[in-house]
Every structure is written in C-alpha cells, then in structure tokens.
Write a protein that binds this ligand. Structure first.
Ligand code: SAM
Length: 246
C-alpha cells in the first residue's frame, strides 16, 4: 500500500483531514472514495492506517484504524553536510540522500563553491529543498523526512557537529584512511556527520579547520568523483556499513 505524508497538524486523532495537492491527487488522479484504506505518515516517525469517511471538494476526511510507531533505528543517524552545488545537482543530492535514509542535510557555504546563496532567495530555496526531501521520503517510504537546513557557513556546521563521529571527504589522500575501513559508531544514540566538498574542492584551510574541529579526513579511493557522486557513494558506504542498506 503506498504511503502518503500529511502535515502532523492534519491529524487530530482519530481524524485525518487531507487538503491541497494531496487531496487533488487522491481524489482526482487515484479516484479514492469513501470506504477505501490509505496508509498515511506524519513524517515524524508515525504511520496510520486510515479509512476514508468523506470526500468533498474542500477536503478528504478519514478515521484512523491503526497507528504504527517506527521501530527503533538500531543504528546512528547520518547527517550530510553538502557544499552548495550548481543547478540541479543540489536537488539531486537532496533527493537521493533522502532515498538512502539520511536524517539531516545541511547545505554548506564554502570557499571554492561555484554558487553562493542569494540572501533574498534563501527561504524559498530552503523550502524547495525541504519539499524535494518530503517527496523523496514519501516515495522511498521512509518513516521520517530529513530536515534540510538553510545554508550554513562551514565554521557553524563544524561547531554543531561536536559530539558526533565526523568525517570530511577529501580526494587525493592516497595514504589516508578510506571510508571503507574507518571505525563507525553502532548505536542510535551516536551520530555520524559527513562533509562533502563543492565542484572546486575544499580549500586547504577548510580541511585544516575541519580537522581542528575533530573531523577525520577520509577518501573514497583513488578516483576523483564529481561532488554529487562522492556524496552518494559516501552515504551508501556508511548506510551499508551501519546496516541500513544492503
Ligand atoms: N577540484 C578537485 C580536484 O580536481 O582535485 C575535485 C573536487 S571533487 C569534484 C568534489 C568533492 O567530492 C571533494 O571536495 C570531496 O569532498 C569529494 N570527493 C570526490 N572524489 C573523492 C574521493 N575519491 N575521495 C573522497 N572525496 C572525494
């Protein structure tokens, strides 16, 4: 049964009220009618089996038949810091990282980034990224939608990662550690943070600053990957190693 996310405020137990684009999709495209069952998620670790009770132009109402709580993760949540990328690449990283189960995505302002956020567009851009994450989380049937924050300065991001097991992805470190063999935490109470650079790579001082903040430089092997490829390879390796994927 496909999963549909609704805003948590649409659920006043035991009633679920669906409006807006999801209403139109369910009513007009999927021809959902009274008596049918839906699986609805609040994007905050709860799902509901719902029986549709009324359908109108303004809203679809349903009654909760059963509530499901997310089972324990049993692995550390993964936070991805991704330096801002050009055009659709950032959208792509957000979509795919969500499918792969990251818990948080932080767009990073870095020295060699080709794009810098425009102050007047930050709110709209962040809301757009959050929508991309919501759609990807719904499509891949996640229990929760990752939080996509507004772009942060690297220093702010590094400071916020305190207490987490943190890595900065650096290419051309032939003799350094690889993500395949670094030690990773294993419990849900710990956190893994990864930072991936922009198309132009990290500035040397940024890597040094990250190391100072406790980030461990790690490589993905000798190939120089595009930033968006590196992000997804890195997320996949961690999710495989922690048992989320594979
Ligand atoms: N301009 C840089 C150069 O030519 O050396 C390449 C930057 S790379 C396209 C963009 C980002 O992807 C890097 O900052 C790094 O975070 C990540 N990356 C790419 N290949 C990687 C590898 N083999 N190991 C670790 N990180 C990698």
């Amino acid at each position: 049964m496909p999963l549909f996310f609704v805003p948590p405020e649409s659920i006043t137990y035991p009633t679920v009220s669906i409006t807006g684009p999801l209403l139109r999709h369910l009513r007009d495209s999927l021809r959902t009618t009274t008596g049918q069952h839906l699986l609805v998620g609040d994007g905050q670790c709860r799902r509901y089996l719902v029986e549709v009770t009324t359908v109108s132009k303004a809203a679809m109402q349903g009654r909760v038949l059963h509530t499901f709580e997310r089972p324990p993760l049993g692995r550390p949540p993964l936070l991805l810091g991704q330096a801002l990328l050009k055009g659709e690449k950032m959208d792509w990283v957000i979509q795919k990282a969500t499918e792969l189960g990251v818990s948080t995505i932080v767009p990073l302002m870095t020295r060699h980034a080709v794009v810098q956020p425009k102050r007047e567009r930050v709110d709209a851009q962040t809301a757009r990224w959050q929508r991309i994450a919501l759609e990807a989380a719904q499509q891949s049937e996640q229990w929760s939608v990752p939080v996509v924050s507004a772009p942060e300065r690297l220093s702010q991001f590094l400071a916020a990662a305190k207490g987490s097991r943190s890595f900065i992805l650096t290419e051309r470190r032939e003799f350094g550690l690889t993500l395949r063999n670094v030690e990773l935490p294993t419990t849900e109470s710990e956190r893994i943070t990864m930072a991936v650079g922009p198309e132009g790579g990290w500035a040397g001082e940024e890597v040094a600053e990250a190391e100072q903040a406790g980030f461990q430089p790690v490589s993905l092997g000798p190939a120089i990957l595009r930033a968006e490829t590196a992000a997804l390879v890195a997320v996949s390796i961690v999710q495989f190693r922690t048992g989320t994927l594979g």
